[in-house]
Design a protein. Structure first.
Length: 314
């Protein structure tokens, strides 16, 4: 029986090949050296976020770990690219958040226009609110982000975006968030359920148990759980690497908040949060656009041109 390779074995091998000691990695990952030592020895089953922190400290890519885990060469994990597909990137979101600090009115108008365009493209039964199509304006965008109890519009992640759309975004190097991974796993499970039922009952039970992890974002998901989901759904590392990339984005947003404008100290945290909300709203708009039968291929370039214009004006 072949011995299962582990994350801890990979960390130790990768670290020793670089000639880095445990304490250096611990300082960079902001973890105790004893914790990393126990992970290397297989005593601790790390959470996915802990694995992300350690790999970032090693300056390693999740594809490196999957290659070690699966025994497949790194080249086999390079997926084909669709050159015609425009995808939202982390650079787009960072640039958009910077645009908020310079010209929030431009941002709010762009988002309001996109909300109206999406609503017109949706089937009549799905219009929000339930009565008749509503025309959004810039003030609505500000209220949408303010969380006022008097203004109950809540833009949610589109539940009908296809797994293939999410996979295309990922394969083109687009920004992936936790909601993308949740939707992808859920749809892959639905698509694969028949094949799983025809196969191992144990595999079916494992999939049901692990599919529940995507519904609770507060739960600290273990790396081993994501590895099992990826294996059961036969996804060649894509679920693992997608999940990994999504947490890298969250960690980056936490460590490097948006630039603040000249505000009193007690308002800086509020402003940083507002910028992150604008960035998240841009991501949601992008996913709604991707889920339409006829996505607007130009809107992302229009937003990028606004960001470029602001840079040139400086």
């Amino acid at each position: 029986m072949e011995h299962q390779r582990t994350f801890g074995q990979w960390v130790r091998q990768y670290r020793e090949n670089l000639g880095i000691d445990l304490r250096s990695i611990a300082r960079s990952a902001k973890l105790n050296a004893s914790t990393i030592s126990r992970i290397e020895r297989g005593i601790i089953d790390p959470t996915l976020m802990t694995a992300v922190r350690i790999s970032q400290a090693l300056d390693a890519d999740p594809a490196d770990f999957y290659s070690f885990l699966s025994g497949k060469p790194h080249d086999s994990l390079i997926w084909p690219e669709n050159e015609e597909l425009e995808v939202l990137t982390i650079e787009d979101v960072v640039g958009f958040e910077m645009l908020v600090t310079k010209n929030p009115m431009v941002v709010e108008k762009a988002l309001a226009d996109k909300l109206n365009q999406i609503q017109r493209a949706l089937p009549e039964a799905t219009h929000f609110p339930d009565t008749s199509p509503y025309t959004f304006n810039s003030d609505d965008v500000f209220r949408l982000l303010s969380g006022s109890p008097l203004y109950r519009i809540n833009l949610q992640y589109p539940n009908f975006i296809s797994a293939q759309s999410i996979l295309n975004i990922f394969r083109r190097g687009g920004l992936i968030i936790r909601k993308d991974v949740e939707a992808y796993i859920r749809q892959k499970y639905i698509d694969k359920d028949l094949q799983i039922k025809l196969g191992s009952e144990e595999a079916k039970i494992t999939t049901i148990q692990n599919s529940s992890l995507v519904g609770d974002s507060k739960r600290k998901v273990k790396l081993s759980e994501i590895v099992r989901v990826d294996k059961v759904l036969g996804d060649n590392g894509e679920i693992l690497i997608m999940s990994w990339k999504a947490l890298e984005v969250e960690r980056e947003a936490h460590l490097n908040p948006p630039p603040s404008i000249d505000l009193p100290d007690h308002l800086i945290s509020w402003w940083n949060l507002q910028c992150l909300k604008y960035g998240y709203l841009l991501i949601l708009m992008s996913r709604w656009n991707d889920s339409l039968n006829h996505p607007d291929s130009e809107w992302l370039n229009e937003i990028r041109s606004q960001m470029d214009f602001e840079v040139k004006e400086e």
